[in-house]
Design a protein around this ligand. Structure first.
Ligand code: HAM
Length: 420
């Protein structure tokens, strides 16, 4: 038996019959972000491993166990990009973008790689779109970013959106809070999972994010970071919430939302939907005011979010049929004379009139070509055979009504100029 090579677990082919929805979604995303004045940035698919170690953090799931890293033939330690924020910040510093514009509003659509356990909406290669705004520490930019995430999903008519928001404060706030949280959790040390026991010392905030039921019970009475915010953190958060209220965006303050990457500070948020269940977020983001500085740039406050394209498309399942645009014309040719005569007409319908015209190219009989046209669900079929050539005409069949008429070859273009 011949051995067939298959795709890698956690990756997938997007086949021609699925691609329409991807193109539809991508087109809408470009237009949506551009409407807010954001410009696309494209960064390489792989970077130095140290970039992700230093930004996402050594004690995170991504860096610890999910990165596709290798040493190349030149001895360089490289990693396939597991997220985009770090690359955007690297590029921002390297190209002095902060000197060119005092605020940089950027967006991206990119392929990313994380060695996670594949499941619904979770892959090892996935597409992510997102935005990053670098340069402002005012709450109105937080509100802009969150509203863009919210209204993007709303524009796709995704129901039951749940915006979860929290502030994890500035560095000092977190330092004080970490101590309080650790003092509380230490009482339950033996009840915690081994992962959480390890995190107790390294990163106790991540325990708040637990998906384990008995840990959730313990967390219920834990001190809440919101009560430890300093006055600056507090007024930033209050102003942000006020702006969201003004925009009529409903939110839920989730005291346990901390996010899984180390660079966050102050605002963090996620949007969930019933379709994906509570474990998987449609998107997530937050402030990272120290990351530019930590990676060697001038201090630059920043905020952004990113979202999985597969999760958005999964949520669009019910609308798929409306989105798929059916091809307009199927041109049936029967015999050499018809093939020759059709070339000019098809060309001008496509090029001059910008219509989608499918031709058979396999010289099949009328029945087989008609079957194909039905399968493609086209609006019109044009039939050109020897008899029609003799009469200098073609048959045009309206596939919705079933009506057909004979049209002079010279008048076919005009026929499709009428509104249909
Ligand atoms: P993240 O929460 O790691 O954040 O990922 C953001 C989104 O990417 C998730 O909410 C999810 O929709 C999608 N995603 C993540 N992992 C997978 C996967 N294995 N398969 C499919 N989809 C996935 C970040 O990446 C941050 N860089 C977001 C950010 C931008 N923060 C500030 N700016």
């Amino acid at each position: 038996m011949k051995e067939i090579i298959k795709n890698i677990k956690g990756t997938k082919d997007i086949l021609p019959n699925e691609v329409a929805i991807w193109q539809y979604v991508e087109d809408k995303i470009h237009l949506f972000f551009q409407k807010y004045g954001y410009h696309q940035i494209r960064t390489p698919k792989f970077e130095n491993t140290s970039l992700f170690n230093r930004s996402i953090g050594l004690d995170t799931d991504i860096v610890n166990k999910e990165m596709y890293s290798w040493t190349d033939q030149g001895g360089n330690n490289l990693t396939l990009k597991p997220e985009v924020t770090a690359s955007v910040v690297r590029s921002f510093i390297q190209h002095n973008l902060g000197k060119i514009n005092s605020i940089n509003k950027l967006y991206y659509i990119d392929s990313l790689f994380r060695r996670e356990r594949p499941q619904k909406g979770r892959f090892r290669q996935f597409e992510q779109f997102g935005i990053e705004a670098l340069g402002s520490d005012y709450p109105e930019i937080d509100a802009e970013i969150i509203s863009m995430a919210y209204y993007l999903y709303d524009s796709f008519k995704i129901k039951s959106l749940k915006l979860k928001i929290n502030s994890i404060g500035s560095k000092n706030t977190r330092l004080n809070y970490k101590k309080e949280l650790k003092d509380y959790l230490i009482n339950y040390k033996n009840d915690l999972s081994s992962i959480s026991q390890n995190r107790l010392n390294s990163n106790p905030l991540r325990i708040l994010d637990t998906k384990i039921d008995f840990e959730k019970e313990i967390i219920k009475d834990a001190p809440k970071i919101i009560n430890y915010l300093d006055s600056d953190d507090k007024s930033h958060f209050e102003e942000l919430l006020m702006l969201l209220d003004t925009m009529n965006i409903q939110y839920e303050i989730d005291h346990n939302l901390v996010r899984g990457l180390d660079y966050y500070t102050k605002t963090v948020f996620e949007i969930h939907s019933d379709i994906l269940g509570s474990q998987a977020a449609l998107c997530g983001g937050g402030r990272y005011d120290y990351l530019v500085e930590e990676l060697g740039g001038d201090p630059t406050p920043a905020i952004g979010f990113a979202a999985g394209m597969e999760r958005l498309i999964l949520s669009l399942d019910a609308q798929k049929n409306d989105i798929f645009k059916k091809p307009f014309i199927y041109f049936i040719t029967l015999g050499n004379g018809a093939i020759k005569a059709s070339a000019k007409i098809i060309n001008s319908l496509r090029i001059k009139q910008n219509l989608t015209v499918i031709s058979n190219s396999l010289r099949k009989n009328l029945k087989a070509q008609m079957k194909e046209a039905n399968k493609l669900n086209v609006s019109y079929v044009i039939i050109l055979g020897d008899d029609e050539i003799k009469n200098n005409s073609a048959i045009i069949k309206d596939m919705d009504s079933g009506n057909q008429e004979s049209v002079n070859l010279q008048n076919i273009e005009d026929f499709f100029k009428k509104p249909h």
